[in-house]
Ligand binder design. Sequence first.
Ligand code: MN
Length: 249
Amino acid sequence: MKILISNDDGYQSPGLLALAEALRERWEVEAVAPDRDRSGASNSLTLDVPLRATCLGNGITRVDGTPTDCVHLALTGLLESEPDLVISGINHGPNLGDDILYSGTVAAATEGRFLGLPAIAISIDSHRPAHLDTAARVAVQLVERLRTEPLDSSLILNVNVPDCPYDELKGFLATRLGNRHKAEPVVMSRDPRGRVIYWVGPAGSEQDAGPGTDFHALRSGYVSITPLQVDLTKHSALEGLGRWLSACS
Ligand code: MN
């Protein structure tokens, strides 16, 4: 089996390297990753400038684009043969609830959804992780499980792993996305020439984060696994919207 890995933290990220190392013990692995930290890039494609890919010789290719660019390039011409699976991560920091709309980690996985197996986005619950081996081992386990019993290949599995020794994990939980309060205000500052600049502020605090959610599972020491789909249609609203529109002429 051949696995394509990518991320949004950049090709030098310890999370990517730990994932590559663990998967390589069993499978063929190719990494195609951004040349720098592109966290928050979401599903953006670079269309206004060309992309350059540099093969670094150790199974890693660096691209001067977004996570989506990386996987798109890999699957549409860069790789000699198509992989069976895309795994994105291991992201430093969790991707929970609304985070997934902005996440480049989830976006890279999403771009791989046309392959034979569900794509996986994996994040660890720390921006300075001490237990990347735990998350890497979780990734290996999930791939083994998918090989034994494949899931619907249109799924994207959003995985969040506590930053603790593997033996301290409470288990694996299937979860739904929770959500956060409105984001913190932007931080206004001035550049050295006195002009106003802004830094986007941190994400909001947890709002819908009770039992059953990804927030709750992770906080309780479980590996949280949320099945995502690309179809954002709110199917339950279709009929009501139809009735509402019937008054429009
Ligand atoms: Mn990131």
